[in-house]
Design a protein around this ligand. Structure first.
Ligand SMILES: NC(=O)c1ccc[n+]([C@@H]2O[C@H](COP(=O)([O-])OP(=O)(O)OC[C@H]3O[C@@H](n4cnc5c(N)ncnc54)[C@H](O)[C@@H]3O)[C@@H](O)[C@H]2O)c1
Length: 508
């Protein structure tokens, strides 16, 4: 029996030796297969003018993902709004860098969100603000007749997430939620592997996002904590105004992830990504129950957000997803390990996928018996497909990433130069494509209802973790028209009530 260290180092070696296609390779392939992701996800080049968009929130995600990785041929920013001077300036720098100085400086800054919404030129609003603001900003935009793309987690509580879905339905506008794995070719292919039976029957998924903030920052010699950034001096200018935007303090505005009223902790920020991935792997099945535990086990300050969380989701048929997010060890990074009767798939850091076959002492006999039999059932046919697309390794070894669904890309992978995408560009491309081409009736891969289901998983887990209890899921939690929710109902229900549960046209 090998130690964990030996296991990892051996597997690392194997991966280098035999894993031939990783995310980078995949994206390289997109270069030689024009509009690779678009083709893969069923859309094409946008016909007509790019969708004119405004963005609210030009912080880290707003600038680094929603602007820097936006697809100018599909979506063009014409306006933006933020409230922190440092981030307003940062937004401008991002537009200049994306569009060049002449055009970047014409992207209009609005100091009032309502004024940006009133601009008839703007067709869509991208939201990249702290969690607790999502529902309000999204519902305002939908009511103003804009399509909305809102960063994950969809909302701070399920009551407001449901109101967002209803607002989109009533406005007849698109609501996309930014769980980018729905537009990652790497994940799409991982799902194909599972669907085609490469792993056999899956009973257990272990998902994790582990960071080590105990290692001192070499520059400051202090504990690392991306959730507690230094407050830029230029933001001091708004210290006395932050209450106008609903914040208790400038610290809460800048470090919103640390506080329950403004953030949703590790499950909302990190866990939701992996629960989303697991739900994709399990065919969007809803869990039966969740139990959990956690706490502030490491930091010694006034934070409310737990720095260690652990939870187990039970699914029908005895399937379990076990999730952990910790701040004191980074050995594994982040990813999902999907364990089936025939093999294990490891998806690590949104970058590498490897499949390890289960050791099968009867493999030869089974292979011989299998080749003698003519495939008749659908299952037999899919097994045949796997053999054709997967290089089967020796028992226990890593196979190459099969690229079962994208043989063309796999073939092209080694020839092209580097392009890396985690799905941000593609999610915005498809959002814009669906706005411009409604006649095609395409559906967003992560729309409000999918985002709601992800929010239910993350926020129900938070309840289980906080109470240290097992919580059984109810189907009504996923129904936008039901007031039934797993988490705390907001004290002020004005926002949720501003979007009635039934559309006026429906009989009551
Ligand atoms: N999909 C992903 O992989 C991913 C990764 C990181 C963050 N996110 C999400 O993106 C969102 C933003 O995260 P971030 O890391 O960029 O945070 P951030 O603090 O860096 O940026 C938030 C920005 O919103 C602005 N803001 C705050 N309240 C506002 C208000 N009422 N009106 C207008 N602007 C306001 C802030 O000034 C700031 O510029 C969060 O929902 C987060 O969960 C998603």
């Amino acid at each position: 029996m090998s130690t964990t260290y030996e296991y990892y180092s051996r597997n690392r070696r194997r991966k280098h030796r035999s894993l031939t296609l990783n995310r980078r390779d995949f994206m390289r392939a997109s270069l030689v297969v024009p509009a690779g992701a678009a083709l893969y996800f069923g859309y094409s080049a946008l016909r007509g003018n790019p969708v004119r968009a405004g963005i609210v929130g030009t912080g880290n995600e707003g600038c680094q993902a929603m602007i820097d990785q936006s697809p100018p041929g599909y979506l063009k920013y014409v306006a933006y709004h933020d409230i922190r001077p440092s981030q307003i300036a940062r937004g401008r720098r991002s537009f200049v860098s994306l569009y060049g100085p002449a055009e970047g400086n014409t992207v209009r800054f609005f100091d009032k969100y309502e004024a940006m919404l009133a601009d008839p030129e703007i067709e869509a609003i991208v939201i990249a603000t702290p969690l607790w603001t999502h529902a309000k900003l999204a519902i305002q935009a939908l009511k103003a007749g804009k399509h909305v793309f809102c960063e994950k987690l969809m909302a701070h509580n399920i009551t407001e997430a449901k109101a967002m879905v209803r607002a989109a339905d009533q406005a007849g506008k698109l609501l996309g939620i930014g769980h980018q794995r729905h537009y990652s070719l790497l994940y799409a292919d991982a799902v194909k592997n599972i669907e085609q039976g490469a792993l056999g029957e899956v009973k257990f998924i272990r998902a994790f996002w582990h960071r080590n903030n105990a290692l001192l920052d070499p520059k400051t010699n202090e504990l690392r904590d991306a959730w507690k950034p230094t407050i830029p001096t230029e933001d001091e200018a708004i210290r006395s105004h932050v209450k106008d935007w609903g914040y208790d303090s400038l610290e809460q505005l800048v470090r919103w992830r640390l506080f329950d009223r403004t953030g949703g902790g590790l499950m909302a920020e990190l866990g939701s990504h992996q629960l989303d991935a697991c739900s994709i792997f399990l065919g969007h099945e809803h869990p039966v129950a969740v139990s959990g535990l956690g706490g502030v086990q490491f930091y010694k300050d006034d934070r409310e957000a737990f720095d260690h969380v652990y939870c187990n989701f039970e699914f029908a048929g005895g399937k379990v997803v076990s999730y952990s997010s910790i701040n004191t060890n980074q050995m594994e990074g982040y990813g999902e390990v999907v364990m089936g009767t025939r093999g294990t798939m490891m998806v690590l850091n949104e970058r590498d996928v490897s499949i390890y076959n289960e050791s099968d002492p009867k493999k030869k006999e089974r292979a011989m018996a299998q080749s003698a039999a003519t495939p008749t059932s659908a299952a037999d046919t899919s097994n045949k497909a796997i053999k054709e697309t997967t290089k089967i390794s020796k028992p226990g070894e890593a196979t190459m990433y099969s690229a079962a669904s994208t043989g063309g890309y796999a073939a092209a992978a080694s020839k092209s130069s580097e392009v890396v995408s985690r799905g941000y560009k593609e999610e915005l491309e498809h959002f814009a494509y669906c706005i411009r081409h409604p006649e095609e009736g395409q559906k967003l891969r992560c729309d409000g209802r999918v985002g709601l289901a992800d929010a239910v998983m993350a926020l129900a887990a938070n309840v289980a973790i906080k109470k240290g209890q097992r919580l059984e899921f109810k189907e009504s939690w996923y129904d936008p028209a039901s007031t039934d929710v797993p988490d705390e109902v907001p004290k002020n229900l004005d926002l949720a009530r501003s979007v009635p549960t039934r559309q006026k046209s429906l009989p009551v």
